[in-house]
Unconditional design. Structure first.
Length: 206
């Protein structure tokens, strides 16, 4: 099965979820493991549309079952933005600043005058599984929390250092301060992937 992503951390997360579910006999490949193909334009208005765009393109190009994730951060005070624009919220970065840093800087600036009680947010993930024959399955996961005023933690990626989950297990830690196993059990992507476990298990040979 192909995970239509160049993100090594997403690939590792999917493999951990599958191992935790006891799925064997299904090798998970990343885009670096297959012949390159033109990446589709992610012009959908929703996470669901973008996830399906990526998964359908991957299945069509490779002939493999393909899984794609589209995810982002929905901030209450910003009317649900950055949303589907989360990965490119800060626009182009040509000054040597990496995209995650630029995105986090912009978000902190936009929320600078927002009080703690209005800094609610949710990570959203939609995972789409598309088979070469055209069948598909889509699952959505959400992870509620709040945005803090400064970065904390070195794990994870994206907006993880700014997001404190509501879950008691997190105990006030940001997503970037959680272990990989803790994040898998709580996160938006973990929840979405868990809903697809039956479909993934049906693809396994063991």
């Amino acid at each position: 099965m192909l995970l239509a992503s160049n993100n090594a951390k997403k690939l590792a997360e999917l493999r951990r979820v599958m191992d935790g579910a006891g799925i064997r006999g299904l090798r998970v490949l990343g885009l670096g493991d297959v012949r390159a193909y033109p990446e589709p334009v992610e012009n959908g208005a929703s996470f669901e549309e973008n996830a399906l765009i990526k998964a359908r393109a991957a299945a069509a190009a490779t002939g493999l079952p393909a899984l794609a994730d589209d995810s982002g951060l929905a901030v209450d005070a910003l009317n649900g933005m950055p949303g589907v624009l989360s990965a490119r919220w800060s626009g182009a970065t040509n000054d040597g600043v990496d995209r995650d840093t630029a995105n986090n800087d912009l978000l902190l600036a936009q929320l600078a005058d927002v009080p703690p009680e209005r800094r609610g947010a949710a990570f959203v993930s939609v995972c789409a599984l598309v088979l070469p024959e055209g069948e598909d399955a889509v699952a959505r996961g959400e992870w509620r929390g709040r945005i803090v005023v400064e970065r904390r933690g070195a794990n994870g990626f994206g907006y993880d250092p700014l997001f404190v989950p509501d879950d008691d297990l997190a105990a006030g830690r940001t997503s970037a301060e959680l272990t990989a196993d803790e994040k898998d059990s709580l996160s938006h992507r973990g929840k979405a992937l868990a809903k697809l476990v039956p479909a993934l298990r049906s693809l396994a040979t063991e």
